[in-house]
Design a protein around this ligand. Structure first.
Ligand code: PAF
Length: 290
């Protein structure tokens, strides 16, 4: 596996692959990789001739009081995992390679999508995500890019950015990967103490409850959200940031479970903010997110 630290190394290699007629997949990550990321790489390997993973903790998507400084990192372990899963190249740039000191250009969606859900408490987050993903698209020029459904708002926003900016890239959404007990895999799970790790199961428990209600035909989105909040309320260590039902494509709040509905949540367990979600599909409208 090639380890590239500069934009020019990536461009040179991708150019060679493209001259050979090979297709290229991109798996953008912030490192500290787990089986969720591995599943993205596996999917990319199954659909593309060469796979590039980026491993870059992107400072522009962290707010001033967020965990940029402490975000977990283990590049050696990341390389091992990526190589084992058939990744062809990892792009591991320094911050200065991605952002010149005088960088002043951002990619930002100006409708309400980045203001919903996580955007309510993370106002600059999706501007940073769109900017770095757009840069990665320009650097790697992939045929396909792979994102996890766990960050469902991010996935919907990236699909929108790709449409709006006419990127010739297929965005592939991949299902949430869970621990055997249900907890969605996340690099931030590493922050949890054993007691918090146990308490965190309330998120997947609430997802299971909401999903079951939707499958049983509950059409009142508010009833599903309330039942999920009530369940989360039974865990003393959990503090709800939000539980909401929104249209999967527009992220606008919905009152009825019709079309493609994303039911998403962010919950604090101690100091750690965790997210989880499910998508309910009904009728003919909408597109599957995964
Ligand atoms: O999902 C992530 O890990 C990040 O938001 C991404 C897409 C790699 C951009 O930094």
């Amino acid at each position: 596996m090639i380890i590239a630290e500069t934009i020019s190394e990536v461009r040179k290699q991708v150019k060679e692959w493209k001259q050979q007629g090979l297709t290229v997949g991109l798996v953008p990550t912030m490192g500290f990789l787990h089986e969720g990321h591995a599943s993205l790489v596996d999917r990319a390997v199954s659909m593309c001739d060469r796979v590039v993973a980026s491993d870059f903790v992107n400072p522009t998507q962290f707010g001033p009081n967020e965990d940029l400084a402490t975000y977990p990192r283990d590049f050696e372990h990341d390389c091992k995992l990526l190589e084992e899963h058939g990744c062809s190249m990892v792009f591991h740039p320094a911050v200065s390679e991605m952002y010149a000191p005088d960088a002043a250009t951002y990619v930002e969606i100006l409708n309400d999508m980045p203001k919903q859900l996580c955007g309510k408490t993370r106002p600059i987050h999706f501007r940073g995500v769109c900017t770095v993903v757009s840069k990665l698209f320009n650097i790697v020029t992939p045929d396909r890019a792979f994102f996890g459904q766990k960050d469902a708002q991010q996935l919907s926003i990236i699909r929108k950015m790709v449409r709006d900016m006419s990127y010739d890239i297929e965005v592939v959404g991949c299902p949430i990967v869970r621990e055997p007990d249900g907890l969605a895999k996340s690099s931030r799970n590493t922050y949890l103490s054993p007691e918090e790790r146990q308490a965190a199961l309330i998120l997947s428990g609430a997802v299971a409850l909401g999903r079951q209600m939707a499958e049983d035909g509950e059409k009142d989105a508010g009833a599903i959200v309330e039942a999920m909040k009530e369940k989360i309320g039974t865990e003393p260590m959990a503090v709800i940031d939000y539980v909401e039902a929104v249209n999967l494509d527009t992220l606008e709040p919905v009152s009825r479970m019709e079309g493609s509905v994303l039911v998403a949540m962010a919950v604090y367990i101690g100091k750690t903010r965790l997210i989880d979600n499910f998508i309910a599909e009904s009728g003919e409208a909408g597109q599957a997110g995964a």
